[in-house]
Design a binder for this molecule. Structure first.
Ligand code: HEM
Ligand SMILES: *[C@@H]1O[C@H](CO)[C@@H](O)[C@H](O)[C@H]1NC(C)=O
Ligand SMILES: *[C@@H]1O[C@H](CO)[C@@H](O)[C@H](O)[C@H]1NC(C)=O
Length: 497
């Protein structure tokens, strides 16, 4: 009965016979999807219960690609228009797959409360993550095992470690921004991306791995990161593409580095209290410790999970503060009020008193949540808003859209950190604000991300006064799944206290 499963299996079979030409693969896949899609639609119509109502389907005149072009150009606009026309639940086709979005807090409930066996994450994420993280972790293992791994990671992200992290991050930030000098115009996003590899490596990997982080290793991370591409998403993994080869080589080399460090740590007998040690000491419920391959996979996963999310968020936050000078001055004044007029080195307890800075970060995550869509595969029929979502649909929730629905948010597009001081509509809706997701797949890195980004921005606000360059506030680059700022150059001038 599962026509969608059947069609994807057939595509797989056909594809594995075509070995020389990517275009042929794509064409063959599209023809088969089209035919099977049609056949299954006809059959489904005949066999389905008359009472079943499928979500409204947005028609497209372009076969196979469907709405990929319109969506790719401006996903937010596309989804908001669809919301107005079709309501909170609707389906459409892109590159041969059918996507069903659940927009707004109420519809999103289906995803966040679902079991992984019904709305499955591995089915959609594993083909991207497993070649990058490796086997035995995250979406390569049954979800109950991943949940145990997440628990181990969470143990390592504790307050005692955060106290150390604040010092490390402040030092790394000061050191990195030395090169910016007293004033100028520079690419803020690039700088923060480079800085956050360093800070994340120090805090989440430990001092040994951080000390090995040179340009060559940074290039390996970049090659590994190149594994998260549209090609890896759409094309079969065995294709001999240069980016796949680079990814696989980088994966092996990085793992070898991590193996050596982990083994040395195990042998030294010296108990360093850091994140790596937490993983070395961690055990599953049945008492089995993590092996070196699992530890290495988790270390890679941590770095990449925290890298793009935190670097884009901190870059956008910088531009929001540069645009609103009075807000920036209030944040600087808060540094002095909370930490002392002479601005002594940061510490974790003071960081907690930086309420305005925290609200700025919260508001940045509202308007520019780095994960714009969470996805699951429907493995069993699902019900939302009175519609039946059939097996094989990719079910999606978009924080970006939920965070700006006009029926939920007052002055929805305005950057206003003080909105959280008042009672607001969104507070009454459970999933109106979900930058870190919810339910069983919820992020475990939220507290670390807050510590990291608040520490970086405290340090930068103390060093510089920021301005937009000739009033330019970056437009959004929709090329990748994480929406980055276009031409992210900022103007800065050293503060004279
Ligand atoms: C601003 C920073 C971050 C944002 C906005 C963010 C966002 C998210 C979101 C939306 C999810 C849910 C994905 C889904 O349901 O499909 C998630 C999951 C996760 N994140 Fe984060 N994240 C951030 C930083 C981090 C950091 C720093 C780490 C690690 C230290 C991390 C590790 C994870 C892990 C392990 C998961 C679990 C995935 C699962 O269970 O399927 N994240 N994150
Ligand atoms: C580590 O554990 C995984 C199970 O999660 C297993 O598949 C793998 O073979 C083990 N690796 C080593 C080197 O023992
Ligand atoms: C948009 O992002 C892509 C991928 O990261 C990058 O290659 C491109 O240069 C970016 N465009 C602009 C205008 O910054």
């Amino acid at each position: 009965m599962h026509f969608y499963e059947m069609s994807s299996r057939l595509i797989g079979d056909t594809v594995s016979k075509v070995t020389d030409n990517v275009t042929t693969v794509v064409l063959a896949a599209s023809v088969i999807t089209l035919i099977l899609g049609y056949v299954s639609k006809v059959l489904l119509r005949q066999s389905s219960d008359k009472d079943l109502k499928y979500p409204p389907y947005i028609p497209s005149s372009i076969p196979f690609l469907g709405h990929a072009i319109a969506f790719g150009k401006s996903p937010i606009e596309f989804l908001e228009n669809a919301y107005e026309k079709y309501g909170p639940v609707f389906s459409f086709t892109m590159v041969g797959s059918t996507f069903t979005y659940l927009l707004g807090s109420e519809a999103a409930t289906l995803m966040f409360n679902s079991k992984n066996d019904d709305l499955n994450a591995e089915d959609v994420y594993s083909r991207l993550t497993t070649p990058v993280f490796g086997k035995g972790v995250a979406y390569d293992v049954p979800n109950p095992v991943f949940l145990e791994q997440k628990k181990m990671l969470k143990t390592g992200l504790n307050i005692a470690h955060f106290r150390e992290h604040v010092k490390i991050i402040e030092a790394e930030t000061k050191e990195y921004f030395q090169r910016w000098g007293d004033s100028g115009e520079r690419n803020l996003f690039e700088a923060l991306s480079e800085l956050i590899i360093l800070t994340a490596s120090s805090c989440l990997h430990g001092k040994e791995i951080r000390s090995m982080l040179n340009e060559r290793v940074a290039q390996l991370y970049a090659d590994l990161d190149g594994g998260f591409s549209h090609a890896a998403w759409l094309l079969p993994g065995w294709l001999p593409l240069p980016s796949f080869r680079k990814r696989d080589r980088a994966h092996r080399e990085i793992k070898n580095i991590f193996f050596k460090v982990t083994q040395k740590r195990r042998q030294s007998g010296e108990k360093v209290d850091d994140f790596l040690q937490t993983l070395i000491d961690a055990t599953y419920k049945d008492g089995r410790p993590l092996n070196d391959s699992e530890i290495a996979g988790m270390l890679i996963g941590l770095l990449l999970a925290g890298q793009h999310t935190s670097s884009t968020t901190s870059a956008w936050m910088g531009f929001f503060m540069a645009r609103d000078k009075s807000l920036q001055e209030r944040c600087y004044a808060e540094q002095k009020a909370a930490c002392g007029e002479d601005l002594p080195p940061l510490d974790y307890d003071q960081l907690k008193d930086l309420n305005l800075l925290e609200r700025c970060l919260k508001e940045t995550l509202r308007l520019r949540p780095p994960i714009m869509t969470m996805m699951r595969m429907a493995r069993s029929p699902q019900t939302a808003a009175g519609y039946t979502i059939p097996v094989g649909h990719q079910v999606c929730v978009s924080p970006t859209v939920n965070h700006r629905l006009y029926d939920t948010w007052d002055k929805r597009l305005e950057f206003n950190p003080d909105r959280y001081l008042d009672d607001n509509l969104a507070a009454g809706e459970k999933f109106a604000y979900v930058p870190f997701g919810a339910g069983r797949h919820r992020c475990i890195g939220e507290n670390f991300a807050y510590v990291q980004i608040k520490t970086i921005w405290s340090t930068l606000l103390r060093m510089y006064d920021f301005d937009l360059v000739d009033g330019y506030f970056p437009t959004i680059n929709y090329t990748t799944m994480i929406h980055t700022p276009n031409n992210p150059v900022i103007r800065y001038k050293k503060r004279t206290q």
